[in-house]
Every structure is written in C-alpha cells, then in structure tokens.
Design a protein around this ligand. Structure first.
Ligand code: GLU
Ligand code: ZN
Length: 282
C-alpha cells in the first residue's frame, strides 16, 4: 500500500517555466523520500485556453527533469461527468444558486455607494449576492452556479486544514464571517465550461487518493474553498504544502507568457536538469 500520494497538476495553457519545475520537483522529491507515489494530472477543463502542444511540452519537460509518473495520466477534460455529478449533489443540498450576472453587472453592483470598500477574494471581487435570492432557473438562459457560502458553512460548521509547507506551517482555521466576507459566493460552475477549477481539483484529489497537495502559495487562499467543498461532499481533506513562488531577478513572479524562462528554452540553451534544480534552490 502506498502511504503518501502527491501530484503535479499543471494547466496546459503555456510552456512550463522554472516555477513549474520547482513545484513538480518538490512534489516528486516528497513522494520519493516517503516511498510514496507522484501523480501527474493535466488540468485542461478550460478548453478555450488549453492546447495539445502544451500537454506534449509538459511530458517532455518533466521527463527531461527526471520525473516519472504512472500511466494513464488523468486529463480533466475527460472527467467532466464526475464534476457535474459533484455539482448536482451540491445543488441538491441547497447550497448553490444560479447566477446570471455579467462581469459588468457585478462591477456596477459593487460600485453602488452603499457597497463600501471593495473586497478582493481568491477569485477576484467578492460577489455582491445579487442573484442569491433571485431563484433563477439555469435553463432559462446562460447561468453560472455559485456556492452560497453562508448556507454551506451553516451546514458544515468550522473550516480548517493543516499546512505542512514552511511558509505558513500549522493548523489554519477560518471563522464563518471571514469566509462569507473575504471569499464569498464563488463560482462552482462557470457558464462557459459548466464546472470550475475548485470543483475539478477537489473531485480529482479525492478520486486519486491524494494525501499531500503540493502547489504554489498563490493557491493558499483558495484552499478554504476546497475544504468547504470536501466537507459538503464528505471527501477527505489532504495535507497541504504551499511552496514559495519562483521570481525573476526583478522579483516579479514568473508567468506562463514569460517564454524566456520556459524550461524548453533552458534545455535548448544547454542547461542540465541539475542546473535547473540548483537554480530554484533544490
Ligand atoms: N492547475 C493549477 C495551475 O496550474 C494548479 C492546481 C493545483 O495544484 O491545485 O495553476
Ligand atoms: Zn448574479
């Protein structure tokens, strides 16, 4: 039996860069050190932004780095029925609602004078709740599905998770108010793809038996959303390791568009995997 299961879950929307190498190698080393398993998962639900050539690049770059993983690799684009099933279970619990707001509607509602200081949550501006009591039926037109955070929390009680990464190690607990006001009614089903990153990631982490989630610190604030969904769906909450982000020499976080730091570019310039490890501090 494998005790520890971790994963690297890139979205194929651009070439992998040094930050991805750090993430993948951190997860891979953790699995190896514990005689556990390292999984690769392709997070390609956003079909408008994902490209097959980037998937091929991910395989190539990881193999070059010396990372190995079991086949078959899970592609989220082939799993959409699992995400719809999770969403319909959540809807049946009464903790979701349809939202027909456009970005413009939300901006207008947020700039209304009584709204006060604007809060930015892990998914952007906190949704002002316009559709929460509107009882839209999704089939009347394009609609997103939102989590009713207050209802969800009333159902599951306090939310917490254990962080094992060095940046914020310890138990993280969230008060109900904090999640309602600083996270809010996030989108669980996008109107374009029907699902969302949050739903897909928790469904797959559970289905694959992931015990240790290794990912960048940029996703730390999304983690309580994931815990809320795990609790609602009676799925286990893994341990989380959010690692530092790799920055360029100016201190700017590397982005997918930054082809200059693509791993393929380093490889073409004659760098070795050992040099890549060293350059990200491994
Ligand atoms: N697919 C996400 C990304 O590339 C990572 C998701 C995760 O590790 O939870 O940013
Ligand atoms: Zn709405």
């Amino acid at each position: 039996m494998v005790g520890l299961i971790t994963r690297f879950a890139p979205s194929p929307t651009g070439p992998l860069h040094l930050g991805h190498a750090f993430s993948a190698l951190t997860a891979y080393d953790m699995a190896r050190a514990a005689d556990g398993e390292f999984l690769l998962r392709i997070e390609d639900i956003d079909t408008a932004r994902c490209r097959p050539e980037y998937v091929a690049g991910i395989y190539q770059d990881l193999r070059w780095l010396g990372v190995t993983w079991p086949e078959p690799v899970l592609h989220q684009s082939r799993q959409t029925s699992a995400y719809y099933e999770a969403l319909s279970r959540l809807s049946a619990m009464g903790v979701t609602y349809f939202c027909t707001c456009t970005r413009g509607d939300i901006r207008a509602a947020l700039s209304a004078p009584q709204e006060g200081a604007q809060q930015i949550g892990p998914d952007g501006p906190i949704y002002p709740g316009t559709c929460r009591h509107a009882h839209h039926r999704g089939k009347d037109g394009p609609a997103a599905i939102r989590l009713d955070m207050a209802k969800a929390l009333a159902r599951i009680g306090p939310v917490s998770f254990t962080e094992i990464g060095p940046l914020k190690a310890g138990q993280h607990r969230y008060a109900q108010d904090e999640l309602v006001h600083h996270v809010g009614d996030v989108i669980l089903g996008r109107r374009d793809i029907g699902t969302s990153y949050h739903v897909a990631v928790i469904v797959d982490d559970a289905a694959q038996g992931v015990t240790h989630v290794v990912r960048g610190a940029d996703l730390f604030d999304a983690t309580p959303i994931h815990v809320v969904l795990q609790r609602l769906l009676a799925l286990p909450t893994p341990l989380y390791h959010h690692h530092r982000l790799i920055r360029d020499e100016k201190g700017v976080r590397l982005a997918k568009r930054d082809d200059a730091r693509a791993l393929a570019k380093y490889r073409a310039d004659g760098a070795t995997p050992a040099e890549i490890r060293a350059s990200v501090g491994l």
